[in-house]
Each structure stands twice: as C-alpha cells, then as structure tokens.
Design a protein around this ligand. Sequence first.
Ligand SMILES: N[C@@H](CCC(=O)N[C@@H](CS)C(=O)NCC(=O)O)C(=O)O
Length: 212
Amino acid sequence: MSAPSMTLFHNPASPYVRKVMVLLHETGQLDRVTLQHSQLSPVSPVSPDAALNQDNPLGKIPALRLADGNVLYDSRVILDYLDQQHVGNPLIPREGSARWRRLTLAALADGIMDASVTIRYELALRAPDKHWDQWLDAQRDKIRRALAVLEADAIAELTSHFDIAAISVACALGYLDLRHPDLNWRDAHPQLSAWYAHVSQRPSMLATVPKV
Ligand SMILES: N[C@@H](CCC(=O)N[C@@H](CS)C(=O)NCC(=O)O)C(=O)O
C-alpha cells in the first residue's frame, strides 16, 4: 500500500464530505487520502478555521489538497476529480444524456443538503428570538419539493446504479436523519425510504454514518 498522497479536510457530520468518503470507498481509493479534521468541530460560517481558510478561501469543507499542493473544492469538483482517478466503472457518466440527468439528480440532492445545512445554522447558531420562521419554512419547502420529485420520478434511476446521483441522495437523506428527524421524511416517501434502507447497508454507507 502506498502512502496517502492527498489530504481531505473532513468532518464526520458533513453530508458533502460524506459524498467524497462514500466515493472513495466505492472506488477503492481510501488509502490515497489523509483526513484532516478541523480544529473547530463542526466548522461553521461563524467559527472560521484558519488552516482551512488558507486552502479554501470560502472556509468550507470538503476541500482536497493534492500531492502537488493544488486544492480542489467544492464537493462536486472533488467527486469529479476522484472519479477520473480509478480504473473501475465511472460513477459520473462521462458523456451523453445520462451525464446531465445524473448530475441534475445529484444537484437536487445537494440542494436538499444546502437547505438542511442552512436550517441547521439558523437554528443552532442564531439566538431563538432572531429565528426567521418564514425563511425556515421556505427552506423546508425546498426539501419537501425535492423529496417529492425523487419519490415520483427517480426511484428506478436511483436503484439502477449506486453512482453520483444515488450517493448524493443517500448522503442527503442521512443528513436529514441526523439533523432534521422532525421532518419525518419517510412518511410521505415510502419508495425512497425503502431504497434508502437498502443502500444504507452498503459498506461505504455503513463506514460513513455521520457522527456529531
Ligand atoms: N457547495 C459546497 C458546500 C460545502 C459546505 O457548505 N460545507 C459546510 C459543512 S457541512 C461548511 O463547510 N460550512 C462552513 C461555512 O459555510 O462557512 C460543497 O458542495 O462542498
């Protein structure tokens, strides 16, 4: 086994980091990466991490420092890079309509993460008397609409391959369970729930269950 050549800024609660970790597992590249944990746990917009800021001026994880010192961010760029670094079947289709469809499903899942993480910041970091309920509800509506589309239109596609789309949706659902169990997302989405129960048993998912 060769020494790790890349450094991943990591936190075990981040759904964006989890996507990268799942892809590393699925493509057999785990031993290429050293994990660098933030001094601050978790990293947040109001607790910047100086070391991270030097590598990613946006102060967000994941960021991936390559052997040559170049740094990649955000998670979509990192996933694309890592998917071009292994010899197995690509997890991001290289071309054609499948590429745009799978990347769009992945973007939908990222949007669920974005809304979920921003709700989390509002609730965990702002004083309760400053919470903006209308804005929180609008974020929850984004999540609900996205889940409804996945349930109605995407189950067969998610089931067909555990690729960029499926990894992203699975990590988004895992984050809902971690931070927003009150949304009870399974109630209105039985097919998505069954699919998620199945893919949650993959070694890559079991090894990356979020921790706080
Ligand atoms: N679009 C980015 C989002 C990354 C992101 O927001 N990560 C969170 C942790 S879950 C973060 O670093 N937050 C710190 C901040 O927003 O300053 C990606 O896909 O990598």
